[in-house]
Design a protein around this ligand. Structure first.
Ligand SMILES: [Zn+2]
Length: 288
């Protein structure tokens, strides 16, 4: 399977702060070699050049394909970014075509939550499941869902963090009033309270945080009938108490459904493994 003459696959994790590149000898496993990382450039052209520079430095030549996980909404045709406060200089640029030209191989783009779900579906906590969700609790609160079986499954990112909670008068960074993310988004909470989320120790804060998140998950479960949610993101991964607390509240709210929340297994590797996984599934499976 891994003949020495087979071309490798490139995975790019294009995050709001940092960009990481990984090389996969095969798409059949989650194993990869980390090629390096650099601060995500605000200039779109500089970013393309940094990617090429890193590949040159590492002596990477011909590639079989490249998958890119981006922390921004991807256009419906999968070829550019259309919404993403961290990437103002990239919006509307032909990212897929420009990378294909510079890398000389087919390129696939995916929202980071879609990549996270794909990675967990192929190698992690969501194997074999037909109705699944992937939730990331980090600077923002994002999610993706998968409905369907095998190659007929559809995967879509959803605006989980921007569902409206009744009675919530907080203004969200997105401009709407009442979004869930005003209670659960790392960036919004830090702006609101003026300190890093890692310093939030008081129990009443986390009780409210988990209660709001549980309400959001209840809505998600009832609207989609997903059976399981893999949870990732820095806030979830760094606070071991959070998942059981949210699960307890979800259990109390859901009367005739169950919604197990499980820790995502790929952890910090999710974006790179998920980006490579874009190349392993048909483009028709993903709704951008
Ligand atoms: Zn919002």
């Amino acid at each position: 399977m891994t003949g020495t003459d087979a071309l490798p696959y490139l995975a790019i994790d294009l995050g709001g702060s940092n960009t990481r590149l990984g090389l996969f000898a095969t798409l059949a496993t989650r194993d990869f070699t980390l090629l390096g990382a650099f601060p995500t450039q605000s200039s779109y052209i500089d970013q393309l050049e940094r990617i090429q520079m890193l590949l040159r430095e590492r002596g990477i030549g011909e590639l079989a394909g490249a998958g890119v996980s981006v922390g921004a909404r991807v256009a419906r045709d999968g070829r550019s970014l259309v919404l993403g406060p961290n990437f103002p200089g990239y919006l509307g640029q032909p990212l897929e075509a420009d990378l294909e030209t510079r890398l000389g191989c087919p390129v696939r783009l995916g929202h980071d939550t879609v990549c996270g779900l794909l990675g967990e579906r192929r190698f992690g906590a969501l194997r074999e499941a037909e109705r699944t969700g992937y939730l990331t609790i980090s600077t923002g609160t994002g999610a993706a869902i998968q409905l369907g079986k095998g190659e007929t499954a559809l995967i879509s990112s959803i605006e989980f963090g921007h569902q409206i909670l009744e009675g919530n008068e907080r203004v969200c960074l997105c401009g709407q009033i009442g979004c869930l993310e005003t209670f659960t988004g790392g960036r919004q909470l830090e702006l609101r309270y003026g300190r890093p989320i890692a310093e939030f120790a008081d129990n009443s804060f986390w009780q409210v945080f988990s209660a709001k998140l549980a309400l959001g998950l209840l809505n998600l479960a009832l609207l989609t009938r997903i059976d399981i949610v893999a949870v990732s993101g820095a806030i979830a991964l760094e606070n071991d108490f959070l998942l059981p607390l949210v699960q307890e509240k979800v259990n109390a709210l859901l009367k005739w459904e169950r919604l197990p929340l499980v820790r995502a297994e790929l952890g910090t590797h999710a974006p790179l493994v998920g980006a490579a996984s874009l190349l392993a599934v048909s483009a028709e499976m993903i709704l951008h």
